[in-house]
Design a protein around this ligand. Structure first.
Ligand code: SAH
Length: 225
């Protein structure tokens, strides 16, 4: 998979892709993430990518021209399955969206800043708008990193244990069960006996029951009955 990210702050996105699972995914050649600096597509010598809002009001707006030039030059190289704009009023990100996007080959993500992008960009260049929640951040970079992490960890071969992503919360409409590791007894606070029983059937049953219980308590709308 290839993910191209258009940003005015590429430095902000370097770190999330340089550690742990996302780093290994790139090293293994399972994903290629490219950070594209929107300022390289600016039209004036000051590299401006934003301007005052028509009609007045506080805050700058990202101009259509540099974004259009950038997207068009990228599209000349390859076909994108989706051109995504990170936006607080977009479709709220969930596991289903990440699962679906993980099957795509080429994704292009646009990070907004300031008051956001000129509406005409959204109307004419964007195929999907994604929000990471009902709150406003100062830029689309952290949301883009969240989206990419949720997608990349699903790519076959990225997680060492192939089943690991499948047993995470939300994958089967359930919250994951509690997990424990050594020591089995921490100052009298013990791990549930069943997990030490060595009986895989009983352990599976216990985990399933715990998942149902948690889902009912924490995400009743998921319908873990
Ligand atoms: N004026 C806009 C907010 C702009 S915030 C509004 O009221 O809707 C600046 C940029 O940060 C946005 O263009 C978007 O790319 C990003 N952003 C902020 N919050 C976000 C969220 N919850 N999800 C995804 N992107 C977000």
């Amino acid at each position: 998979m290839r993910i191209d990210i258009i940003t005015v702050l590429p430095g902000l996105l370097e770190s999330p892709f340089s550690h742990s699972i996302l780093k290994r995914a790139s090293q293994k050649g399972l994903v290629e993430v490219n950070l594209i600096n929107l300022r390289d597509f600016a039209f004036d010598k000051h590299k401006a990518v934003d301007d005052y809002a028509f009609g007045g009001g506080a805050g700058m707006v990202m101009m259509i021209e540099p974004i259009a030039r950038c997207i068009e030059s990228l599209k000349a190289e390859r076909t994108y399955d989706e051109v995504i704009y990170m936006s607080p009023d977009g479709e709220k990100l969930n596991q289903g969206i990440s699962n679906k996007l993980s099957m795509d080959k080429n994704l292009l993500i646009l990070c907004g800043h300031y008051k956001g992008v000129d509406e005409r960009v959204r109307e004419h260049f964007i195929t999907k708008e994604i929000s990471i929640g009902d709150y406003v951040l100062s830029g689309g970079e952290l949301p883009a990193a969240v989206l990419c992490d949720s997608i990349i960890r699903l790519l076959p071969g990225v997680l060492s244990d192939e089943t690991s992503a499948l047993t995470d919360s939300f994958q089967d409409g359930l919250i994951a069960p509690p997990v424990y590791t050594r020591p089995a007894d921490y100052k009298g606070i013990k791990v549930p006996d069943v997990l030490l029983s060595g009986n895989p059937r009983e352990i599976d049953n216990w985990r399933y029951e715990q998942s149902l219980k948690r889902t009912k308590q924490r995400r009743p709308e998921m319908g873990g009955e």
